[in-house]
Design a protein around this ligand. Sequence first.
Ligand SMILES: *[C@@H]1O[C@H](CO)[C@@H](O)[C@H](O)[C@H]1NC(C)=O
Length: 327
Amino acid sequence: MITLFSLAMFFFASSLHVEAQDDERIKVYANRGDNITLPCRLEGLSNLFGNRIKWTKLEDDSTETDVLMSMGFHKKSYGNFEDRVYLLEADGNDATLVITNLDLKDYGTYRCEVINGLTDKMVEVDLELQGVVFPYSPRLGRYNFNFQNAEAACLEQDAVVASFEQLYEEWRNGLDWCNAGWLNDGTVQYPITKPREPCGGARTSAGLRNYGRRDKSNSRYDVFCFTASLKGLFYYLIQPKKLDYEEAVNACERDGAEIAKVGHMYAAWKLHGYDRCDAGWLADGSVRYPISRPRKNCSPTEAAVRLVGFPDKKQKLYGVYCYKPQP
Ligand SMILES: *[C@@H]1O[C@H](CO)[C@@H](O)[C@H](O)[C@H]1NC(C)=O
């Protein structure tokens, strides 16, 4: 009886092995705040074997982050994923992962490994967020961020440092920017759609210009940030007169909101078609306006978020954009 059973298992296992070698790759598209499932199934084996299931995230700098580990009834989630992930366990073959309340940092490639002693199976799933990439430099001017500063600067704009794939996608959508910025893999690049002399040469082809990996502490550049769709409300606050920076901050607060961040404006502009031809203060002290329908006196040549600059904070010359997070 035992022999027969082992023999059956042997055949079972050999036929499965082929399947285990043919690793699949799946793409999942999502919005910030969504609950999503990353599929992973081990067909043909019941959970009687006490499968070990391990979900990891493959980061762009080639490190791995633990997401969730499961062995029978014992389950553990890690770090930023703690209490935010669980296994769907629709049936005995299901190792599908659920991530709740998707965050900007959740973007990337996930690996599901099922280990049952006889055969291992691995599935990779790419999780892509709908979003927008924007170049960022601070009040001090261009090329002032080492990598750490760049990460902090994006975070302050409700964004994260963009990946190569995200910048590439934005370049394909027409982003042309002649200042180099950090990406999350530690490289420094910039996207050119209209080749010209000061931007890597007029005779080179369009594409991402790549300076390669740079010293994260000592090299200084701008940064490309990535942000995704908003859950809250972005708006221009109608006011009887123009404001200085402090008045702008207070005006949003009185309206039950906060002064908007640069990432909020880009998300509203790119993902929600926001258009307003009034220059307004943002939280970082910059003054900008978002144009999605180019017209005379309002970014006539292209849809863009226009930067007026980082004016003296005492100047009473501008309006203000506010952001009201969803309750
Ligand atoms: C996501 O899942 C959580 C926890 O299961 C639930 O509380 C929340 O309402 C869900 N959100 C959405 C947008 O479905």
